[in-house]
Design a protein around this ligand. Sequence first.
Ligand code: FE
Ligand code: FE
Ligand code: ZN
Length: 328
Amino acid sequence: MAGAESVWEKTWRGSGKDKVWIREMNWGKHNVRAEEKNREKVEIIVGRERGLMIYIGCHLSVTNGYEAMGHQMVGFGGNTFAWFTRNPRGGKSKDIEPADVDALSDILSEKRFGKLVAHASYTMNLCSANPETRNNGLDMLKKDIEKMEMLPGHYYNFHPGSHTGQGADAGIEQIAKGLNKALFPEMKTTVLLETMAGKGSEVGKNFEELKKIIDLVEHKEKLGVCFDTCHTWDGGYDIVNDLDGVLEQFDRIIGLDRLRAVHFNDSKNDCGSHKDRHEKLGQGMIGMEAMKRIAQHPAFEGLPFILETPNDDEGYIQEIATVKSWFE
Ligand code: FE
Ligand code: FE
Ligand code: ZN
């Protein structure tokens, strides 16, 4: 597995069967440009190919601190991870010890981890019809960002929100309003909007809604998108039969430059079900072959992949090993 020294720039040329993915990166002194068609590398223009790589990990508990999570993920065989910034249902958060965060930073650079992807509490809703819930959400967002800044340069992912009957457009406005109060130019954290399954009154059920939020935010440069494979599939995007088409839509509507992380989950339900029930890799309706194609797609290269599958530790260790085996 290669290190984190550089990120590929990805784009494509042509369309349909004739589409060619072009990947470019600065790799040491080399300027590498790789073209591939139908997953076959067709041409390397300059430099040498370093091979596809992946950052893979899962959610960990922050109960024992940050350094402990780093050690745990090394033990799991992964090179990224996620954690809840506070109790996912409750909303309480633990204080951060600077020495603990520094110890984690050392592990991250020594083991060449990818970006980490913290996850906001599920109770954080910036677009509830209830103003008190909205204010609480904003308060959580501000405090979480403040904490994230102690471990600069990573990702903070949140569910855009549920409009609870106000309608998607009102929800979109309120979410953007919250972000405009919380984001600031000096921050080093990138805030990710997660693609949602469209369960209940969830906002972010399609790429258009996410784009509308981004458009209304002043500090857009602080925003990215986390692509949850279960949610996107449940939301009606056929990533099994038309992954390229879905990514083209993503690029046209949001822009692939906003794509920063992947929640790597199979789904218990069919495309368009709007259910949001995650399944273990290969045991759901997306299936192992499609999961592998997603992991290996150039549009996702270099991004952190976070497993949110229903597993115990042993299950995660196995899934991490499976995903890594696709890159050997
Ligand atoms: Fe999530
Ligand atoms: Fe997710
Ligand atoms: Zn989910």
